[in-house]
Design a protein around this ligand. Structure first.
Ligand code: HAM
Length: 448
């Protein structure tokens, strides 16, 4: 047996490697498109049914849009934003999420003058400088749903129902975890009591949690550090601080969810990582774990943000609620649930050509077939008929059209029935009409 000597990478090999995608970024290749197309389809149908209009957001925003909305002491703003100063000296950030931009757009375009609520959706990539792992990227896609201009609890339930059904329609079962954070004032007094409680146990906190205690005590509630479960169980519970109005709002959301048969569990420790939330917050978790080592990563999350539009300069008391679903995580869950759509290309008609003259003439004939809305495919780069028919077979084409030297000279073309193998020579000018009719007849026969 010969052993290959270990070769050190040459300088040019090293250089080549720097031309790979950046860490946490990835290409989405043709094989994956069937699943992405399905996601587009399901998103479109769902949002149309519920009367949401699509918004396409800019990739870059002034950094302050996110700092003011998401909150300066959050992980996203503190550590995860791709921020830079451009050639003109403007500080800007690649959007880490969509809610802040949608709220900015609502104010900027005077949408408060339209009938309320204004319902918008987006399906776009977002950027966070997180440690990459399964289901966590630096560029990831979200389907976002935002309903602005109403504080009605039915909208909280409707957004949750839509998020739940988006997953369900893609073959992914989820459970909704839900909590209420109360109004900003309630949260403030609760946070102060929570901080007092944890200060009393400061000795048991590690460095990360001590930092949370100092900067954003609410975040201690979703700490996964050792020993925290026990401490959290003894901590004051937010639900006990809710006033009547907030409690009623929450109860109504739960009643609507019961009515719509959306499975949920109450999670008093759910606080979410963005500061703009008031009242309802929720996350959707797959019933099959998708994270590293079976950990539970949320497929989506959201909540009410009644304070955000006023905070960004919009009209006071503009209630709003929304959700965002992580597309890469849903794809992982679809894989786990064996719910990925078949990505093989299928065609009804396959065009074969033999010889240079047929190839030349064929380009135009193929265009005619395509423009008549037939589902046609080709392999002009192949010369051999057998290879072309094999591809036709793989694509499950029921008809192959064959153009050879002789047919070019005669102004004819061959139509082959792929199943029976029978062939017929027809006038090339009539081929589109004949093929369309044959396909119709085949489909009728299949139905009978
Ligand atoms: P979020 O919880 O930060 O909320 O993100 C929503 C979803 O985006 C997560 O549940 C997850 O599925 C996905 N996601 C987040 N970060 C990553 C990542 N690094 N890699 C892959 N997927 C990721 C928001 O963004 C809020 N804007 C949601 C919202 C809308 N609230 C109200 N309206």
């Amino acid at each position: 047996m010969s052993v290959k000597p270990k070769v050190e990478p040459t300088k040019s090999a090293k250089k080549l490697r720097t031309l790979e995608t950046l860490r946490g970024f990835r290409d989405i290749l043709p094989d994956e498109q069937a699943a992405w197309d399905k996601i587009d389809d399901v998103a479109r149908k769902l949002t149309q049914a519920y009367g949401f209009g699509r918004i396409r957001l800019p990739a870059l925003e002034a950094t302050s849009v996110f700092e003011r909305s998401i909150g300066k002491d959050t992980d996203i703003v503190e550590k995860e934003m791709f921020t830079f100063v451009d050639q003109g000296g403007v500080k800007m950030t690649l959007r880490p999420e969509g809610t802040a931009s949608v709220a900015r757009a609502y104010i900027e375009h005077g949408m408060l003058n339209q009938p309320q609520p204004v319902k918008l959706w987006y399906l776009e990539p977002f950027f966070r400088h997180e440690r990459p792992q399964a289901g966590r990227y630096r560029q990831f896609w979200q389907l976002g749903l935002e309903a602005m201009g109403s504080d009605d609890s039915v909208l909280d339930a409707q957004i949750i129902l839509m998020a739940y059904n988006f997953c369900k329609d893609l073959g992914v079962e989820t459970i909704v975890q839900i909590n209420s954070l109360g109004t900003a004032a309630i949260r403030k007094s609760y946070t102060s009591d929570l901080a007092k409680y944890f200060k009393g146990h400061a000795k048991k906190l590690n460095e990360t949690d001590l930092k949370r205690l100092q900067r954003n005590p609410l975040r201690l509630l979703d700490s996964k550090e050792a020993g925290m479960e026990e401490l959290k169980a003894g901590a004051p519970q937010l639900i006990e601080y809710l006033d009547d109005e907030t409690k009623q709002h929450f109860m109504k959301v739960l009643e609507y969810l019961d009515e719509a048969e959306v499975p949920y569990t109450l999670n008093p420790f759910l606080v979410r990582g963005l500061d703009y939330y008031t009242k309802t917050v929720f996350e959707l978790v797959s019933t099959n774990p998708i994270g590293e080592n079976g950990s539970q990563l949320a497929l989506g999350g959201g909540g009410r943000y009644d304070g955000l539009i006023p905070l960004l300069g919009g009209r006071e008391a503009t209630g709003a609620v929304g959700a965002a679903l992580g597309i890469e995580r849903i794809l992982l869950a679809m894989k786990t649930a064996n719910a990925m759509p078949d990505s093989r290309r299928v065609a009804d008609v396959f065009f074969c050509q033999l010889g240079e003259a047929a190839r030349r003439k064929g380009l135009k004939i193929f265009e005619k077939l395509r423009q008549s809305d037939l589902n046609v495919a080709e392999a002009f780069a192949k010369g051999n008929l057998k290879a072309q028919l094999e591809i036709a077979d793989k694509m499950q084409a029921s008809i192959a059209i064959i153009l050879g030297q002789k047919e070019v000279l005669d102004g004819t073309i061959i139509i082959r029935d792929m199943e029976a193998g029978a062939q017929e020579i027809v006038d090339v000018e009539k081929v589109v009409g004949i093929v369309a009719k044959r396909l119709q007849d085949n489909k009728k026969k299949q139905k009978e």
